[in-house]
Design a protein around this ligand. Structure first.
Ligand SMILES: Nc1ncnc2c1ncn2[C@@H]1O[C@H](COP(=O)(O)OP(=O)(O)OP(=O)(O)O)[C@@H](O)[C@H]1O
Ligand SMILES: [Mg+2]
Length: 207
């Protein structure tokens, strides 16, 4: 039985990483082997590309940005994701292709179809079994990020309109694939969001 790929999506500060950790704990308590990974990252090449793509000191053109994310994703899929899924593990992934569709396709204006084509090469057609979209208004997301107290990376320095465009794109992606997506109200507290996420995975066969 192949494993399950569950991706977590949403704009910056929506609470993806917070939910990923809580969900990882909760699923492990159910006894399933679960791997928690983040994008870009998860393997050595992709972590290096993460540092590059987030560096505020670098000029990175939109096409270059899309290709760097896709390159990081390609290596993660081959080196870590495919083997884990083939071994029957569940993988919780903090961002995946939908992030590129929303950020580079819509936010940077490259077009969803173009970015999707690049990512088809990167993933070899691997698709999530379920995608949890954490929905929050961009102002609240930004306020949460401020609380986190880290300095803004290259993408986080973009204006509010950029994140509004991305939030809208995520909504459209979710509406287009209602079987894969579950949209969660991320304005609620961490406990409520976790419970909603568990409910949104309840129909996925556990064995
Ligand atoms: N449901 C929640 N209610 C209130 N605060 C939250 C909630 N979830 C996360 N936070 C807080 O909001 C901040 C951002 O959360 P987190 O880092 O999980 O977001 P993220 O979506 O992973 O952001 P990024 O896209 O920048 O990685 C953190 O300080 C976190 O503690
Ligand atoms: Mg995060």
């Amino acid at each position: 039985m192949p494993g399950r790929l569950i991706t977590i999506e949403g704009i910056d500060g929506a609470g993806k990483s917070t939910l990923a950790v809580a969900l990882h704990d909760a699923l492990r308590r159910e006894g399933a082997p679960v791997l928690l990974l983040r994008e870009p990252g998860g393997v050595a090449l992709s972590e290096r590309l993460r540092a590059v793509v987030k560096d505020p000191a670098l000029r990175v053109d939109a096409a270059a940005e899309a290709l760097i994310y896709a390159a990081a994703r390609a290596q993660l899929v081959v080196e870590r994701l495919r083997p884990a899924l083939d071994a029957g593990e569940w993988v919780l992934l903090d961002r995946f292709v939908d992030s590129s569709l929303a950020y580079q396709g819509a936010g940077r204006g490259l077009g969803i179809a173009t970015v999707r084509a690049v990512n088809d090469l990167a993933t070899g057609g691997l698709e999530p079994d379920r995608t949890l979209l954490l929905r929050i208004d961009p102002t609240t997301g930004r306020a949460r990020q401020g609380v986190r107290g880290e300095s803004a990376d290259r993408l986080e320095q973009e204006p509010d309109a950029f994140f509004a465009t991305i939030a809208h794109a995520y909504d459209e992606l979710a509406a287009a694939e209602p079987d894969r997506f579950r949209v969660l109200d991320a304005s609620r507290g961490p406990h409520e969001v976790l419970q909603a996420a568990l409910g949104a995975l309840a129909d996925l066969p556990r064995t």
